[in-house]
Design a protein around this ligand. Structure first.
Ligand code: ATP
Length: 345
């Protein structure tokens, strides 16, 4: 089922700022769309309006072709998984997973069949007769997801469902979740503040800021061509580097120097080539910090007084204070207006 969000405005009582400021968005049938952004940007409010747990001031929400804006949550035909996943401690895993089906008066044999199927998908078959207290954190999280997917409602809403897991489990379950959601093919709207999670899961990601969508697109497109300085800084680890154009005269050519004073150049750490020896078209920089990540060597360097991060193969050796040489591929440079932070075409 597709979800169509049109011009949603929401202001909480007593708040001067709009929590969502005229947001429009379409989630295609079967798509996994991630809302991502810093704390307070309005992503949870947007999700809760789709769920029917908050009422918008103005704007409409359609699920499929049906206008659900005024409809109670339970009549919207959606499943939800929230951060504080409320699984019932007094019910066994089997009953927890089947809860939504029982509420919908599905008959017992069908409940059993669907619970078994969801349990298999989420590797919970072995623990169906346990109580939640007898499960690991990751298993409990899977029960919450199983309970949502078993209903097969066509729309799945998730708000930070992995946030209670430790870093390793979070990473494991992220991949599992991606696989499960692809298998069931449900239209999914997913909220996270974690940019890596957003990139990993989303068919598309919507980066939000101050109640608005700053950019919407496939993860790599948003990563490669951020529409503004905020998006480039938010997505990716390390964030995109931004340098005044004047620092890159040697790279971009003196002819364009007058224009360069008025642009901000964005470049990703891994797009800068690093050499220990001088090479043609290279500019000198000084190493400040060397951080081995295992997969790469992350360097903080000073170029013409400007600090940037560059990543090199893990075998690259460099020491603080050392001079190195940087090469920039003009095709990987992005240009921004220093006043507004917006991408220049
Ligand atoms: P987080 O990642 O911290 O959950 P978020 O991006 O999900 O943040 P929202 O929870 O949607 O953001 O909040 C958006 C704005 O609305 C914030 O300024 C927040 O303080 C405000 N807000 C959220 N819920 C309420 C509420 N019940 N009453 C008043 N203001 C609220």
């Amino acid at each position: 089922m597709k979800i169509t969000i049109s011009d949603l405005v929401k202001t909480y009582p007593g708040q001067a700022r709009r929590a969502t400021d005229d947001v429009s968005l379409e989630v295609a049938d079967g798509e996994f769309l991630v809302l991502v952004g810093p704390s307070g940007c309005g992503k949870t409010t947007l999700l809760r309006m789709v769920a029917g747990l908050e009422t918008p001031d103005t704007g409409t929400i359609h699920i499929g072709d049906k206008d659900v804006t005024g409809l109670a949550a339970r009549h919207r035909g959606i499943s939800m998984v929230f951060q504080s996943y409320a699984i019932f401690p007094h019910m066994k895993v089997r009953e927890n997973i089947g809860f939504g089906l029982a509420m919908r008066k599905v008959d017992a044999a069908e409940i059993r069949r669907r619970v078994d199927q969801a349990a298999e998908l989420l590797q919970l078959t072995e623990v169906l007769d346990r109580f939640p207290a007898q499960l690991s954190g990751g298993q409990r999280q899977r029960v919450a997801v199983a309970r949502a997917v078993v209903v097969d409602s066509g729309v799945l809403l998730m708000d930070e469902p992995l946030s209670n897991l430790d870093a390793l489990l979070r990473l494991q379950f992220r991949a599992e979740l991606k696989k499960i959601v692809r298998e069931i093919g449900t239209t999914t709207l997913y909220v996270t503040h974690d940019q890596a999670e957003a990139m990993s899961l989303g068919d598309r990601v919507a980066v939000m800021r101050d109640g608005r969508i700053a950019q919407l697109g496939p993860p790599l497109e948003v990563y490669d061509t951020p529409s503004d300085q905020f998006v480039g800084g938010f997505l990716g680890s390390p964030p995109m580097n931004f340098l005044p154009g004047s620092a890159l005269v040697a790279v971009l050519g003196a002819d364009s120097a007058p224009g360069l004073d008025n642009v901000l150049v964005g470049v990703r750490a891994e797009k800068v080539a690093v050499d220990a020896e001088r090479t043609a078209d290279a500019v000198p920089a000084t190493v400040e910090v060397v951080e081995p990540t295992g997969a790469s060597m992350l360097l903080t360097v000073l170029l013409d007084g400007h600090r940037l991060k560059v990543s090199t193969p893990p075998t690259f050796t460099a020491a603080p204070e050392q001079q190195i040489w940087l090469r920039f591929d003009p095709a990987s440079l992005r240009f921004y207006d220093p006043e507004t932070g917006l991408a220049l075409l």
